[in-house]
Design a protein around this ligand. Sequence first.
Ligand code: AMP
Length: 189
Amino acid sequence: MSGCEVVLLMGPPGAGKGTQATRLAKERALKKLSTGDILRANVAAGTELGCRASSIMDVGELVPDDLIVAMVRNELESMESLRVLLDGFPRTPGQADALDAILAEHGISLGAVLLLEVEDEELVRRLLLRAREQGRSDDTEEVIRERMRVYRRDTEPLIKYYRGGGKFHRVDGNGDIDEIHRRIEGILS
Ligand code: AMP
C-alpha cells in the first residue's frame, strides 16, 4: 500500500479516539501519530520536552502550540511516506493552521476528518473506568472535567474550521468498539 493518506480523528477525551485509531491504523496501513502518547513517552523518559509538558498535562491544560507543532513536524518528517492517522492533533486553531502548512509543503491535503461524538456523562464514566484500569495521572475526576472544558473551549472550534471542506464526518461514538469501528470504515471505504 503506497501513496499519501492523512486522516484526522477528533473528539473529546474519552470518546475512544485512541482505541479506534489503533485499529484503523493497522487495517489501513497508516502510522498512528498520537500526540498524547508521544508526550507521555517523553515524560517517562525524562526528556526536556517531557519535563516541560508534565505539569501542564497533570492539570489537564494544553501543551503550548510551538512545542506540539515542532514535535509533530519532527515525526512527520521522519516518515518515508505520509500515511498517517492523527490522534489528538490538532487541538487548537493554531495547530490546525500549522498542519495545513506542513501538508501544503508536501503537496498533500487531508483525506478525512472524523469527529467521534459521545455525551459528557458517558465520557466521564469511561475515563473514570480507564483511571481504575490504567492509572493515568490525568484521569482524576477533577482533571477529567477540566480536560473536557479545555476541549470545548480550544478544540471544538475546529469543527467549524473543518466542516466546510467536504472531508468532515460526524461519527456516533456510542456503542461497542466493533460497532463504532464499522461506522468509521463505512465512511472511509
Ligand atoms: P491525550 O492522550 O490525547 O488525552 O492527551 C493527554 C494530554 O496531553 C492532554 O490533556 C494535553 O495536556 C496533552 N496533549 C496531547 N495532545 C496535545 C495537543 N495536540 N496539544 C496540546 N496538548 C496536547
